[in-house]
Structure formats: structure tokens, C-alpha cells
Ligand binder design. Sequence first.
Ligand code: SF4
Length: 394
Amino acid sequence: MPRKSAHHPPVPPSHAAHAVAEWFRHAARDLPWRTSPRDPYRSLVSEFMLQQTQVARVVPYFERFLRRFPTIRSLALADQADVLSLWSGLGYYRRARFLHDAARAVLERHGGIIPRDPDQLARLPGLGRYTAGAVASIVFGLRAPIVDGNVARVLLRLHGVRTPRDDGLRLAWGLADDLVNAAAEHDVPALNEGLMELGATVCTPRSPSCGSCPLAGLCLARSLGITGLIPEPKLPPARATITAVCVVIRDRRGRLLLEQRPDRGLWAGLWQVPTLESAPAAKARPPSAPKALRGLGLEGLTVSRRSAFSHATSHRDVRFVVLHADAPPDRPSRLTITPDGHPATARAWLTPARARALALSNPQRSIIEDAAGLTSSTSSLSRARRRAGPSSSR
Ligand code: SF4
């Protein structure tokens, strides 16, 4: 059951709404999607990119994305591989696929015009109630509430509500609805964007800066000294370990063998060197090199161990073991056939430059960069040897 202070008067929503909107008008950070007036396409892209990702990390990706896809039409007509490639390194690639699908749906269903109505927005692929509310209120000024983790924290602290997280989110939607309906019409966009900004910059999870908060005079958590108890601490998620044996193979022309992951699951649709993964488990051991080569259809190659490193995703720890091999001189094309049971959807020999331009997860990018460095130093060595002629061998 939520616990709420019985001895304090309720927070008047119209005062709180006006205080947040006024504060936001002078405290807003200067960000590339905050144009005046707001542009629905820029707002949509920024909302997808900002899910689970910090503003500072999003800004360069946002600018590059907008240079390549300046309009929703250009995004809708793009190849998904190009969209994923520009998203490469930002993580949570499902967002890129959803954004692309949403752009296509806007073109097909709404003639390329992003709808104003929150219900129509929420029916676009990948837009939940939060993103639909953000676009409808911030861009179009409609009275739609928004709640994400940051906004929920501000509202639950403002009202002094201690409750388990799931109940907290549900309650926060009701509180956000009260605020947006009590706000003066011209305050609605600044109220919603201000709540997000306040949660990100002032009412932070640990050590909120109450002294510079526009809600300080109204905030029950502050007056009761319980800001540190709201929201209630979350139990850390159970983490599983995956092992991934990656085989870097170069042919005689310095090209690398790459494969594309299936379009569901971890790093869906991204490219990688041939990689065999274990199922998630509390503890997992990497398969032996012969077993990995068999599973990848690469039997007969001679491999050497290059490196090993770990990478943490939101729910898993992935332990990478990197092996290097040279392609056999005969029929390297046979290696482009993926064996039965291996989930990769396609394989191809690619130059390091083309490999780098693909959508890659961060760990695979570092494996490929390492291999590309070796390839270029090997090719410059062979070029130097060719230039120097027979004397170089002495
Ligand atoms: S006064 Fe402090 S706890 Fe309350 S909303 Fe502001 S920053 Fe958060």
C-alpha cells in the first residue's frame, strides 16, 4: 500500500504546474531538438534516442541522424541497414527499428504528417503512452500526461508517496494527469518538458538539489526529510552470463568474414564476425575452440587465441573469447554458408572499410577494429615487401 503523509495538505496542482513551467522557461538546457517552435519529427527522433540513454550521449547521434535523414519521409524511405548503421554504438537497437517502422507508418497512414492526437500517435510502432504524450503535449500543446522514471520520481517526492515501484508508476500517471489538467493551457508544453528536465537535472535519484528546485516550497518529501526513501530501492535484476566465441577470419585479400545476427533478440540484425554464443546461465563456460569451429561451420581452420574481454548489457554479462584464423587458400566462399542450427542469417567477405560502415555492437566493433588494424599493417608490410623486391627477404 502506498504511504502518504496524513498530516500535510495536498499539493495544489495548478501551483505546482505553474512553478515547473516557469522554471523550465529559464532553466532549460539548450538541446538540438528544442527548436522554437518545436518540430514533431525532431521531437520524435529525440524521444526514441533518449529512452534509456543520457542526453550527453544522444546529442552527437541525434545531429548525425538528422543530417542523414532530415525529414520523416527520408527516414521512411531509407534502408533499415542505413538506419541501424547510424544507430551503431547507441545501444538498444530495437528503438532504431521501431523509429524506422514508425516513420514508414506515418508515411503510409498519415501522408507523411505526424499526427497530433495522442491515441493516433500511440498506435504507431514503438510509441507507448509516454512518447505519444511527450510529442502531443510538447509539440502540439495538448493536455496529455507523461511519466517516465524521472517524472515519476519528481511527482512521488512532491506528494510524499512511498510505494513499491510498480504501484509508484501507476500512481504517478494519475498525478501527472492531475497536473496537466490543472495547468494553464499555455503552460502545458513547458510543464511536461520541465518535469522531465527537473528529474534529470535537479530531483536526481541520489542527493536531489532541493535548494534550487521550483517545487521546494510544496514538496512533502523534502519537508518530511524522506527524499532518499522515494522511490523505494529496486532489487538488482538477476544477471545471466553468456559466453561468445568469435572467430576473426581474413582471406588473402585482407577481407574479413562477417555474418548478420537474426532480427530478434540481443543485438538483433547487427553484424559480427562469426560468433558462437552459449545460452544465458548463472555461470557459463565458453565452448572449446574445436566445438566452436564445428558450431560455426568452420571446421579445418587453424586458430590462435587473440584476446578475451567482458561486456555488460542491461541484463547480461557477455564474456568474449576472440580467436584468429586465416582462410584456407581454396574456396573461401564455402565459409559464407551458415551451418544448420547457427542463427546468423547471412555471411559475406567484406573489406575492413565496408565492415566498419555496418551496424555493429560496441564489442564487435572493437574486435573488427583490432582485426582491421592487423589487416592494414599486414597489407602495408606485404606492399613494402613487394616494393623492396627479393632483397627484403635477406
Ligand atoms: S524539493 Fe527536492 S525532492 Fe522535492 S521535488 Fe524538488 S528536488 Fe525533488
